[in-house]
Write a protein that binds this ligand. Structure first.
Ligand code: ARG
Length: 506
């Protein structure tokens, strides 16, 4: 039954005039709320069941309310539920559907012992938790790709850089696992944000809790939360979980942006160490020869937007007095945007990294060039000749300066041996060749976590085990949510079939 007038002004009693069109347009949150329709309905279902279980509403009223909530849900799932901006937000939209269906006498009972303040933050947490699991899953898939690629390249030499200058030879597997290792901490940060997010604020009501004997643990359990956020004022007024999620996303995006930057650099003609797969590069409309790393460039740029969304939230929060403030409505657009952006980056990075060509010949050429093995030559003199490292650093430094002035490199083994002899260090040119060989340099490294192929293989094993662990946690978290949804559904079906709540597993 329609109750148009009353239904459109749920808080109308105190007001003598309708909200002006401009004010409504300014304040409504329909676009920000639209990802949370299913969540709002589920939250209302859990709340209604709890109200009946605690005998705050009757079972007959519960049946009617659940019937119309299920109706709203199937309309939404069929794509027929259009949120109306005149109703301000998703909560009013869903409640009005129930009030129109069940009538004001019964439908009007749904909002007992609840406020939009605890509703909105419940919906946001329900939605965010699923999105964080999606991010973790994509992140695990990217880690897997990096580790699989790395496995094939523990012996592939390439130059390692400091200050973007040739430093020492490393393996391509070492380079790739560097990112997989970095992303493991991102996994942990997103997982931590998930655990802080998956706590139930419902039942905090407007700010102070309620004088009805509600059961907050029951609603939390029906919604698949890990627990409740006890303090009511904190529960409705705090958004640090949003800041934490955004912070995890901003750091993750920053790490991906560093990889993006290296893809841009390494795919230039000058480096020539990698080639971006054709399907993930763009051409130029004027220069026929161009192949541009646009995905990497856009990732770099969009990372700026994700960081901006974190700053936006922190700035919004820092001046707020306790309790709900309407400012908090502005938490969702930046959160959804950052989630979409990071998800988009991960989606495209997974296949792009899988199909990335490593130009191993060019890598080997660069690894041997530009004195990248100089440290190993100094280390040899320390180890084999018992000299202090500083002395060897001096000897090799002088040698490099001399070679540069002669237009020669460390590959000029004979000249290197000659110059070393002038410093009182007799070495055959074969010995020099072995010392400066980039592949031999990798193998000579012995320290934990070094570029030695065995060390890299060990790191790959450790990280693969961590990914397996993440996936196990993801499966457990998803099944907890799914089971909670099924449990709520079972109760709904049982009640709609005319059975008493006492015969339900509530
Ligand atoms: N649209 C609001 C938000 O997103 C819902 C809560 C509104 N509460 C209120 N008292 N006006 O935060």
């Amino acid at each position: 039954m329609a109750d148009e007038d009353n239904s459109k002004k749920l808080w109308g009693g105190r007001f003598s005039a309708d909200l002006s069109a401009e004010a409504l347009d300014f304040t409504q949150s329909i676009p920000a709320d639209s990802p949370m329709v299913a969540e709002d309905i589920w939250g209302s279902q859990a709340h209604a069941i709890m109200l009946a279980k605690t005998q705050i509403i009757s079972e007959e009223d519960l049946r009617e309310i659940l019937y119309w909530l299920e109706h709203a849900r199937s309309e939404y799932e069929a794509g027929r539920l259009q949120l109306q901006s005149e109703l301000e937000d998703v909560h009013m939209n869903v409640e009005v559907l129930v009030r129109q269906g069940a009538g004001p006498e019964i439908g009007g009972r749904l909002h007992t012992a609840r406020s939009r303040n605890d509703q909105v933050v419940t919906d946001a947490r329900l939605h965010l938790r699923g999105r964080l699991l999606d991010i973790q899953e994509l992140l695990a898939a990217l880690q897997e790709v990096l580790l699989e690629r790395a496995e094939q390249h523990t012996e592939t030499v390439m130059p390692g850089y400091t200050h973007t200058q040739h430093a020492q030879p490393i393996s391509a597997g070492f380079w790739l696992t560097g990112y997989a290792s970095m992303l493991q901490r991102d996994q942990q940060r997103v997982a931590a944000a998930y655990h802080r997010t998956n706590q139930c604020p419902l039942g905090a009501a407007a700010l102070a809790g309620t004088s009805f004997p509600i059961d907050r643990n029951l609603t939390a359990q029906l919604l698949g939360f890990d627990g409740v956020i006890e303090h009511a004022l904190d529960a409705v007024g705090s958004r640090d979980f949003v800041a934490e999620a955004l912070s995890a996303l901003a750091i993750l995006a920053t790490n991906l942006s560093r990889l993006a930057e290296e893809l841009v650099l390494f795919s230039t003609y000058e480096y020539g160490m990698i080639e971006i797969p054709d399907a993930y590069a763009s051409g130029s409309s004027i220069m026929p020869q161009k192949k541009n790393p646009c995905i990497a460039e856009l990732t770099r740029a969009r990372t700026g937007a994700v960081i901006g969304r974190l700053m936006q939230i922190l700035t919004m929060l820092k001046g707020l007095p306790s309790g709900y403030n309407r400012d908090l409505q502005e938490d969702k657009p930046p959160l959804w945007e950052a989630l979409d952006t990071v998800e988009g980056i991960l989606h495209v990075f997974i296949p792009m990294m899988q199909q990335l060509t490593l130009n191993t010949e060019r890598m080997a050429q660069l690894a041997a060039a530009n004195f990248a093995a100089a440290t190993e030559l100094a280390n040899f003199l320390v180890r084999e000749r018992g000299l202090p490292f500083r002395t060897c650093h001096e000897i090799v430094g002088g040698l490099v300066a001399k070679l540069i002035s002669e237009g020669k490199t460390l590959d000029d083994y004979q000249r290197v041996a000659q110059l070393l002899a002038e410093q009182g260090q007799q070495l055959s040119s074969e010995e020099v060749a072995e010392i400066v060989n980039p592949s031999a340099c990798l193998h000579r490294h012995v320290s934990q976590g070094s570029t030695n192929p065995e060390q890299v293989a060990a790191i790959i094993d450790t990280l693969k085990a961590a990914v397996v662990d993440t996936k196990r946690q993801l499966t457990a978290a998803r099944s907890q949510i799914k089971q909670a949804r099924h449990h709520t559904d079972d109760i709904i079906q049982h009640i709609l079939a005319g059975n008493p709540l006492s015969e339900c597993d509530v």
